[in-house]
Ligand binder design. Structure first.
Ligand SMILES: O=C(O)CCC(=O)C(=O)O
Ligand SMILES: [Fe+2]
Length: 328
């Protein structure tokens, strides 16, 4: 496949506000249908789009990135206090180079946070993912800002899933039972520029594991790249818009009609420390995802195998970090 890079603004732009409006708002059903059709088209064609009308102010979008930046500005020793090896090998801080994608080191540092430990893992006595989210000493407002952001993003994720259900023709509430006790994930990522001698990537190419990724990235251009029709495109960050993409679980539910699109980050502009905060809105840990009959018929291809979300996630998480000999 020929792969080239070009800069473009060409992701679709979707206004989700009708799905956040009350059911009795004037003309809301018509507006929801129109939005759902745009979501359907974007998920079939690129699997990525800009999201506006989400109800967050510019300040709310910036504040979570500022909190992340304040944390990353601390000394290595301060950051190590919440390292993943001091927790459940999933929640907490990872140093530059400790994230691994496709067996190569990523050039970023990060904090990973998750929904409360899944009951099924606790019952089996498994430790991975069964800790509590870390609370760094600095910045002091970390937990307050994060908790409020998680609540807002969970509401937004639920609205997006209603739009996807309507767009697919299975009804706004189709996904609700799977999303109760959703095992959300949130990453706060700091990207120093790639060293000029580096042949590596800031974040290697991958698809996301679950349902929806709601990416809140700063204004650094030419960092995120999305594979669209065999070309890497670099969607320009728009102020006050999220970049949304669908993950592997939606690809399974739709029997491949909606694509979990490959993407990567190459951040090489000097003097800019890039911050991004992806929020992954996910099904319950034990949700069994099975291709929807309607989608199987429409796709005209064999039914994809069922996937239990938590098993898919665990398979990924355990290979994601290079923490030397330390293992649980
Ligand atoms: O930082 C970004 O722009 C994207 C990060 C990403 O793809 C991920 O964390 O899954
Ligand atoms: Fe991703």
């Amino acid at each position: 496949m020929l792969v080239t890079t070009e800069q473009t603004l060409s992701l679709p732009l979707i206004d989700i506000s009708p799905f956040l409006a009350p059911d009795d708002a004037p003309d809301v059903q018509l507006a929801r249908q129109a939005t759902a059709e745009l979501v359907d088209k974007a998920c079939r064609e690129v699997g990525f789009f800009y999201l506006v009308g989400h109800g967050l102010t510019q300040e709310e979008m910036t504040e979570i990135r500022t909190v992340a930046h304040e944390f990353f500005k601390q000394t290595p020793e301060e950051k190590e206090e919440i390292h993943i090896t001091k927790n459940d090998f999933a929640r907490g801080y990872q140093r530059l180079g400790q994230n691994i994608t496709q067996e190569a080191q990523d050039w970023h540092e990060a904090i990973d946070l998750y929904a409360p430990a899944p009951k099924s893992l606790l019952q089996k006595g498994i430790k991975t993912l069964c800790g509590s989210n870390p609370i760094p000493r600095h910045p002091e407002r970390f937990s307050t800002v994060v908790n409020s952001y998680v609540q807002t993003m969970t509401r937004l994720g639920a609205a997006m899933m209603r739009a996807i259900g309507l767009g697919l023709g299975v009804g706004e509430t189709f996904f609700e039972p799977y999303m109760q006790e959703g095992f959300w994930v949130m990453r706060m990522i700091g990207y120093p520029p790639l060293p000029s001698s580096s042949t590596g990537l800031s974040c290697g190419e991958h698809t996301d594991y679950g349902c929806l990724t709601l990416l809140n990235a700063d204004s650094t251009p030419n960092a995120l790249q999305v594979l669209s029709n065999g070309k890497w495109i670099s969607p320009t960050p728009l102020p006050n818009a999220f970049i949304i993409n669908i993950g592997d679980m939606i690809q399974v539910w739709t029997n491949g009609i909606y694509k979990s699109t490959l993407h990567r980050v190459i951040h090489s502009s000097t003097n800019v420390y890039r911050i991004s905060v992806p929020f992954f809105y996910e099904p319950a840990f034990d949700a069994r995802v099975r291709p929807i009959d309607k989608c199987v018929q429409e796709s005209g291809v064999e039914r994809l195998p069922d996937v239990v979300y938590g098993e898919h996630l665990l398979g990924k998480v355990t290979g994601n970090f290079d923490v030397g000999e330390q293992r649980m």
